[in-house]
Design a protein around this ligand. Structure first.
Ligand code: ADP
Ligand code: MG
Length: 640
């Protein structure tokens, strides 16, 4: 006898609301219905464990998803515990519905920006986001249970009668509405299932019902042909072994001691489709005071131009929630690739609530601590690997230090600097080694080729600089200076440090600077040129350009915030380059002593261009002139 009822909710428009809800995430019904199937299996297994259910020998549990594009249906089958009539009444008609109603009541006023993570709580009724009619056939595991058939056409009315299911479990069929036919397409359906269900704990099998029917027809035809033509040995067609489309025991659920290196790499390739090997990984495995498992991989960044963007996939009991949830995963960790499974996360709350949730903060802190412990531990006990990975790790670690105080506290003593001889040192180690040449100054190189002239000068005098070529290094240098107030970072071309100069008479230098300044300004026709004369220990270099650290940093900052359009940099005292002339070089001496000679201007121009060239490429106009002049000089050489 069929019983009819009205779903216990007053609002007539609950379905339209559900349908409209979070337009972009219509596909989550796959997750909800498949995870209900998993729950049903898990519950039955538990009952068996407790002795409340007599599990037949060799019982295997599974979920089947069948799609038919012809019929525009999707069917979800599980052989879990099933439901009795009373249970359908209670769980589907009352609880699930009131759950959905609650959910909508709570969030109907919220804007879409305040999206709800995973939209947990919508559950079974998410089916109505895509279906005009939903039917349930179910048979409970309980002895003498009767099968139940339930049907609801998307209004607030449902009907319930004796069902036809003869095997234990539940079968739910969705008759898709016009807007949602796409989900019965094999590829679309598989794509969504792979996204949400790849690691659900029960084997999931996928069938395209339309294809199955076609295959059967084909087989019949083939057989007919075979019997007609040759009578060859019967080719016993072996049934292809069914493969589930998910992995019910993903690597993170295993104990770290039971996982091999190859398994970790394989898992990484499979999940992140990255065929570069990860550098290393951290297996998180914790069950007190909260439950958290996962694997975090440190990817190999190919070059400084590679985007530093990772993916952290968040799961709740092997059910995929979302990628890169900033509220749970500290921002800098999003540079990594990994999976995190945390069954205790309160996911049916809004994101802004998550942000302020103390529990979520604890999870986030725990992950940060684990990562810092792993890295600092490696620096202490496997220094060689740590150095080997440093170039790859450093952007990540520096970003972490900038973003997260706790991480910074744990990592600050394990920041390495690579020097000109490719030796890795901590800051104190560098400073100690450089003590005799210059105190509390760290010289750094941002472009090994562009600054090679300066590097050579340094090397000649046995001085060291560190190599800081990544974008992150600019803010990181500022950060280091704030943390180490008496240490000053100077780019290698910022100034001519005393170690590079000979002792000399201040008066003499001042005089020479003034005189040479006049000559060069005139020759180059640059009124604002700043010139300084020095006696460099290296006598083969005529001149070099220096650019003060402050003004350069200011310039970089302006660039970073893309300010300064149309503004004159000199307004801020910036862009001030100094032409340093080496009094120990014969050409500079020549200019000084032959102010009025025929070629003096030309020599000045050439010296200046050469200094510029070793600093950065010349502009188009300057380059043209430089080449013409160089030719002219050679010509004169050959004529004289
Ligand atoms: P939740 O899963 O959060 O409890 P749902 O709306 O998804 O909420 O489901 C409501 C209830 O309906 C479940 O708690 C369960 O008791 C019952 N149910 C749903 N699907 C199944 C199923 N495939 N087998 C057995 N019971 C189910
Ligand atoms: Mg559910």
């Amino acid at each position: 006898m069929a019983s009819k009822g009205s779903l216990s909710i007053n609002s007539e428009n609950i379905f339209p609301i559900i349908k409209k809800w979070l337009y972009s995430d219509h596909d989550i019904f796959f997750r909800e219905l498949i995870s209900n199937g998993c729950d049903a299996v898990t519950k039955l297994k538990k009952l068996a464990l407790m002795g409340d259910y007599n599990e037949p020998d060799g019982e295997t549990y599974r979920i089947d998803v069948l799609v038919s594009q012809k019929n525009k249906t999707i069917t979800f089958m599980d052989n879990g515990l099933g439901m009795t009539k009373d249970e359908v009444e209670q769980y589907i008609n009352q609880i699930a519905f009131s759950g959905a109603a609650d959910f909508i009541e709570k969030y109907k006023d919220k804007t879409n920006e305040d999206q709800i993570i995973g939209h947990f709580g919508l559950g079974f009724y998410s089916a109505f986001m895509v279906a005009q009619k939903v039917t349930i056939q179910t048979l409970s595991y309980k002895e003498d249970a009767q099968a139940v058939y339930w049907e609801c056409d998307g209004g607030t009315e449902y009907s319930m009668e004796t069902g036809t299911k003869t095997t234990r479990g539940t079968e739910i069929t969705l008759y898709l509405n016009e807007d949602s036919y796409e989900f019965s397409n094999e590829y679309r359906a598989k794509e969504v299932i792979e996204k949400y269900c790849s690691f659900m704990p029960v084997e999931i099998y996928f069938t395209n019902e339309d294809a199955v029917k076609e295959e059967k027809v084909e087989e019949v035809v083939e057989e007919a042909e075979e019997t007609e033509t040759t009578e060859t040995a019967e080719v016993q067609k072996e049934e292809p072994k069914e493969v589930p489309i998910n992995d019910p025991t993903p690597l993170w659920t295993k104990h770290p001691n039971e996982c091999t290196e190859e398994e970790y790499k394989e898992f990484y390739r499979k999940v992140f489709h990255d065929y570069k090997e990860p550098l290393f990984w951290i297996h998180l495995n914790m069950d007190y005071p909260f439950n958290l498992k996962g694997i975090l991989y440190f990817p190999k960044f190919n070059s400084q131009y590679d985007s530093l963007e990772g993916t952290i996939k968040l799961y709740n009991n092997q059910v995929f929630i979302a990628d890169n949830i900033k509220e749970v995963i500290p921002e800098f960790l999003l540079l990594l690739k990994g999976v995190i499974d945390c069954p205790d996360l309160p996911l049916n709350v809004s994101r802004s609530a998550l942000q302020n949730d103390g529990f979520v903060r604890k999870i986030s802190d725990y992950i940060t601590k684990k990562v810092a412990d792993k890295l600092s531990g490696m620096c202490k006990t496997e220094k060689e690997s740590y150095e080997k990975y440093w170039d790859d790790l450093s952007p990540f670690i520096k970003f972490g230090c900038l973003k997260d105080d706790k991480f910074n506290d744990k990592m600050k003593d394990y920041i390495l600097f690579k020097n000109l001889d490719d030796v890795y040192q901590t800051l104190p180690e560098y400073l100690e080694a450089a003590k005799e040449k210059h105190e509390n100054k760290v010289f750094y190189v941002t472009d090994v080729t562009g600054q090679s002239q300066y590097i050579n000068l340094f090397k000649e005098q046995g001085m060291q600089a560190v190599i800081l070529t990544h974008n992150i290094d600019t803010p990181f240098i500022t950060h280091m200076e704030q943390a180490n107030q008496d240490v000053k970072f100077l780019r290698i071309d910022a100034d001519v440090t005393d170690t590079l100069k000979e002792e000399s008479n201040e008066e003499e230098l001042k005089e020479a600077s003034e005189k040479l300044g006049e000559l060069f300004k005139k020759a180059l026709n640059k009124e604002n040129l700043s010139v300084s004369a020095e006696k460099l220990k290296n006598s083969s270099l005529s001149a070099m350009i220096t650019l003060s650290e402050e003004s350069r940093r200011m310039q970089e900052m302006m660039k970073m915030y893309s300010m300064g359009g149309g503004m004159d940099p000199s307004m801020f005292g910036m862009g001030q380059q100094t032409l340093v002339l080496n009094l120990n070089h014969p050409l500079v001496q020549y200019v000084l002593e032959n102010a009025e000679a025929e070629y003096t201007d030309m020599v000045c121009q050439q010296i200046y261009d050469l200094a510029l060239l070793s600093h950065s490429p010349l502009g188009a106009d300057a380059m043209t002139k430089f080449i013409l002049r160089s030719n002219e000089i050679l010509e004169k050489l050959t004529k004289s």
